[in-house]
Design a protein around this ligand. Sequence first.
Ligand SMILES: [Zn+2]
Ligand SMILES: [Zn+2]
Length: 174
Amino acid sequence: MKLDIVRGIQSKGIDVPFDLTDIWGEDTWNGDTIRYVQPVHFSGNFMINDETVVVRGIAETVIEGPCARCLEPARVNVSAEVAEAYVRDKGEEIDPFEEDQYRYKGHILDLDDAVRTALLLELPTRFLCQEECKGLCPVCGTNLNHNSCDCQKELPRRSPFSALADLLNEDEEV
Ligand SMILES: [Zn+2]
Ligand SMILES: [Zn+2]
């Protein structure tokens, strides 16, 4: 995602609007493969102050990742605020205090890192295909959202009432 700042060079110190759309493919997040299933849209304003360009806007997309319970693809709408300063790369040695700063050369800013970081920060801690996802059977792996299996029935039954029954029996023994 590239921002051409040529339009702002004549209007330093003034907000210049931009509207960018880019198609991103796969990415890795917390060890999972995720996909940007909608184009990444980023719109806002940039302002040139001397050699620094301040970029502010809202990035939006839809990201798909594996459901934490059943592993089926799950989608999340993501919207993130981005506010970053880009300093001109003059090819000089970088001041250690500015090492983390985004840099640009010429009149093109590469916004991918900033937009990606902001979007991924907005993801929930895990993907869920639905709030009520029943997940996979821990015994046979059946997706319990689509099918049922007999594994749970075969496990030894212990209803909430059996604990109560034990208590009552103890009382009787006293
Ligand atoms: Zn699920
Ligand atoms: Zn099962």
